[in-house]
Ligand binder design. Structure first.
Ligand SMILES: C[S@@+](CC[C@H](N)C(=O)[O-])C[C@H]1O[C@@H](n2cnc3c(N)ncnc32)[C@H](O)[C@@H]1O
Length: 211
């Protein structure tokens, strides 16, 4: 039974399925369906379906979003799935804290280019302005993020106009901050443009900066 396969073996298969040449996101989703909850969570908090990814990529297309900076991306596997399912039309970068963990032998590898907040005091500002310039519309993504103060700090230096929040429906009882449905954004600065209901009671909300 797949549940009983060793974690190492499963990870090896995931690394193979996400490898540049052989990358196969549909097989990865099918494999995800068979994993036990603990390993699933270790890899990412939201496992979308192929239909979820399709709608998501359609919205990126409609709003001409060409790059995404994912804050607190963890392994970046969700972001890898997004780009692979979308035909690699967008660029995705990740930003994480705690380099020691992400580069340790206990952690899973990163599936997208990853930067660390600790690199330099100016890093966040540099990253945000280089990824998100006025030439190519970009979005800041937070998935299952849970740090209000850091969220506000990132928003303060963000130059782009799209904010994508992914998280649980409030009724699910899992706390994230921001929550995509009740993000507590200043209403005169951000407006909700799109909302997708993803698998397992997760919500994806696109907010646009209006001021
Ligand atoms: C619950 S995990 C979600 C990981 C991933 N987005 C997912 O959906 O699987 C929250 C992540 O936010 C990261 N994080 C917390 N504070 C952060 C900060 N100030 N800047 C960047 N990342 C941060 C944590 O290291 C952690 O990996």
């Amino acid at each position: 039974m797949l549940d009983e396969r060793s974690e190492l073996e499963t990870l090896r298969e995931i690394y193979y399925l996400t490898d540049g040449a052989s990358g196969n996101w549909r097989k990865l989703l099918a494999l995800g369906d068979c994993l036990d909850q603990q390993l699933k969570r270790k890899l990412l908090w939201v496992w979308p379906t192929s239909v979820d990814l399709d709608y998501f990529n359609q919205l990126l297309d409609i709003h001409k979003i060409q790059s995404i900076l994912s804050i607190g991306c963890g392994s970046g596997l969700l972001e890898w799935l997004m780009t692979a399912a979308g035909g690699r039309k967008i660029s995705v970068f990740g930003l994480e804290v705690d380099r020691n963990w992400w580069q340790s032998k206990y952690s899973v590898r990163s599936f997208i280019p990853l930067n660390y907040v600790d690199e330099a005091s100016q890093l966040e500002t540099d990253l945000l302005s280089s990824c998100c310039n006025n030439i190519s519309p970009c979005a800041l993504l937070f998935c299952y993020f849970n740090n209000r103060r850091a969220f506000q700090d990132y928003l303060r230096v963000f130059q782009g106009k799209w904010l994508i929040l992914i998280g649980p429906l409030p009724a699910l009882g899992i706390h994230t901050d921001p929550n995509p449905v009740q993000p507590q954004l200043p209403a005169d600065q951000w407006t909700l443009r799109e909302r997708l209901n993803w698998a397992d009671c997760n919500v994806v909300a696109f907010y646009e900066k209006i001021a």
